[in-house]
Design a protein around this ligand. Structure first.
Ligand code: GLA
Length: 630
């Protein structure tokens, strides 16, 4: 008793002085997700890797660029032509400059014997395209480490073959962007992951050892701070060498190193998983790593479940249902739409899938709201995305190989159940209407996608869960990082079915969610269920960009899905750093408390859930039915 009184009063005192045990809960008045660079909407374009792996050359790159322009895909937004691994010859020891392999990129050979990608980027720019380059944050690249022996790997001495950014960030970024004119960079991470002293490639003298900063199998043995520091160095160099802000920064560390908690502050897009393969089950795996991270994607900082594989394997010309599903889901999740196909081989039907303007418009919607799961099962999922003009998009994904009859309800769409709802099927163009709910047959591996209009459930505002692009859990309260068990474990990209299968890898379990508690349960406070709202761990701070609304309302409390261990939580609402409203201290086993703040004129609203004493592990709290209204 005495102890809890002590912490309660200490907690109160800390508000004034700034809490001692959780000072990152202090309101900042800022939006800490990245807005630098060029990624107001998810990047669109083409990348060489899925089509050619390291076996690339200038002709292949230009051939796909030509198809992109001539087919009209460029005009629809597919603008970035990105060169992946395999372009380099070596690092020149005298100047430190990376030399391009002119055998495969002949236009890079300069009369004075040096190499430059400027002729190629000039050519792409003249076609109205952007140009992308690839590097690694370590000394060596993924192709060197995992594709050792490939004919396009760098050549020369151990030192000459160190073509990665490590130790050369400023020089390389300056050359890529200022000299060579690139607009986009993907930075991989194999060089800081896979070359321990025990590696056979180190032991046999092929590469210098790099004591791993990322242990892909263990978040505990990963040096998150150091990894983040290296990527921040690149972000700063990009900023420095591109005073016009004309760059896109793509992070590629596959969801490792707790990247969920910091990538949105550092770059424009961040890979959430290992590589995609052209298999249905692997597509589901990659999709799942982004599907429950809806609050971690915003204009300027997107989730990247990897590139499209339309055109190959189970997404080839004989699998157009799967191809449409893959494209639909990437669009709904605001994933980058980066084509990974040798477009010289694309037929008209495949180009039409990639060029479906109505689906592209969902991905490129200026609202930037990633779709939110309205219904979640291993068989069928229903995703709903809020669009800037007030329409919704809904996708019904049949993950299985058997037909499913789905029920779609007005409540799932957050639309009124007594008014007509109009839907246009974005693949067939057919329209339909219903009131309340409707039945929709979804074929094996099919995704139905509709653009939807109807009367909003909240006529004068939005639930925060309708606006994920405006909501950033800057401090999500996850301190005990756990591997996410919810990700479909598909066939491994490199291992086949050897070993025991791919274990959960992404340490993002327990992150903030829209319309769900952090561990996936319904939002619920002392038995009162909330269909909508934000679920997050205690000791958290959510930043909300106010779209010009006057009031923020919510029902708050400790969520039933965890164990607060006797701790209490106070809910606070700030407007541009000023405390506007706060609840009493809430204990588990107490009914939801109403909280409301007048937010008119405030740009950044912050929602803080603060515990009365430190320690004890993570437990969930709910901002039930949290909404912004007039
Ligand atoms: C890693 C990345 C891929 C690709 C290859 C290139 O595996 O995840 O997307 O860039 O490296 O070697």
């Amino acid at each position: 008793m005495l102890r809890s009184l002590y912490w309660a009063s200490a907690g109160l005192a800390m508000i004034a002085a700034g809490p001692a045990f959780a000072d990152d809960l202090a309101a900042t008045g800022g939006w800490s997700a990245n807005t630098k660079g060029q990624a107001a909407t998810p990047p669109m374009g083409w990348n060489s890797w899925n089509a050619f792996h390291g076996d690339i050359d200038e002709e292949k790159v230009l051939a796909s660029a030509n198809v992109i322009v001539n087919s009209g895909l460029a005009a629809k937004g597919f603008k970035s032509i990105n060169i992946d691994d395999g372009w380099w010859l070596k690092r020149d020891m005298a100047t430190g400059r990376v030399i391009i392999r002119t055998k495969t990129f002949p236009s890079a050979a300069m009369p004075d014997g040096s190499t430059s990608f400027r002729p190629l980027t000039d050519r792409l720019h003249a076609m109205g395209l952007r140009a992308g380059i690839y590097s690694d944050i370590g000394r060596n690249t993924c192709g060197q480490v995992f594709g050792n022996g490939s004919s396009t790997n760098p050549e020369g001495s151990v030192a000459e073959r160190e073509v990665g950014l490590y130790g050369h960030v400023d020089q390389d970024i300056g050359i890529f962007f200022k000299e060579w004119g690139f607009d986009y960079i993907k930075v991989d991470g194999c060089g800081i992951r896979a070359l321990p002293a025990s590696s056979p490639l180190v032991k046999n003298g092929t590469y210098r050892a790099f004591s791993p900063l990322i242990d892909f199998d263990s978040i505990q043995r990963t040096d998150v701070k150091a990894v983040r520091g290296l990527f921040e160095e690149v972000a700063q160099a990009l900023d420095r060498h591109n005073p016009d802000g004309q760059y896109t920064f793509s992070l590629c560390i596959w969801g490792s190193a707790d990247v969920r908690s910091w990538a949105a502050k550092v770059g424009n897009l961040s890979r959430t998983s290992e590589d995609i393969t052209p298999q249905w089950s692997r597509m589901l795996h990659n999709m799942d790593t982004a599907a429950r991270r809806e609050l971690y994607a915003h204009p300027g900082s997107w989730n990247d479940p990897d590139m499209l594989f339309i055109g190959s394997g189970e997404f080839d010309a004989a699998h157009m249902t799967e191809a449409r599903s893959h494209f639909s889901m990437w669009a709904m999740l605001n994933a980058p739409l980066i084509i990974g196909f040798d477009l010289r081989k694309a037929n008209a039907e495949q180009l039409a899938v990639l060029g479906n303007s109505a689906i592209i418009a969902l991905n490129q919607d200026p609202g930037g709201h990633q779709a939110v799961l309205a219904y979640d099962s291993n068989d069928l999922q229903i995703y709903v995305k809020t669009l800037a003009n007030g329409d919704k998009a809904v996708a019904l994904l049949n993950r299985t190989s058997a037909p499913i009859e789905a029920d779609l309800t007005a409540a799932q769409l957050k639309l009124a159940s007594d008014a007509q709802i109009g839907m246009t099927d974005l693949w067939s163009g057919k329209t339909m209407q219903f009131v309340g709910e409707t039945k929709l047959p979804v074929g094996p591996r099919e995704t139905l996608v509709y653009r939807v209009s109807g009367r909003h459930l909240l006529p004068n505002g939005s639930y925060l869960s309708e606006l994920p692009g405006n909501v950033y859990p800057a401090v999500d309260g996850v301190t005990a990082r756990q591997l996410d068990p919810m990700i479909h474990r598909g066939l491994g990209p490199w291992t086949g079915t050897r070993g025991g299968g791919e274990p959960p890898r992404y340490a993002g379990w327990g992150g903030a969610r829209a319309d769900r508690a952090p561990l996936g349960q319904e939002l619920s406070i002392y038995g009162t269920k909330f269909p909508y709202g934000i679920g997050i761990m205690a000791n958290s701070r959510i930043e909300v960009r106010n779209p010009g609304k006057r009031k923020l309302v919510a029902q708050v409390g400790i969520d039933d899905s965890g164990d607060a261990g006797g701790r209490r939580v106070r809910f606070e609402i700030y407007g541009d750093r000023k405390l506007l409203s706060q609840s009493a201290w809430q204990a588990a086993g107490t009914a939801p408390a109403s909280i409301e703040a007048s937010v008119a004129g405030y740009r950044i609203i912050e929602l803080v859930a603060r515990t009365d004493r430190p320690g004890g592990g993570d437990f969930p709290v709910s901002w039930g039915n949290a909404a912004l209204t007039d």
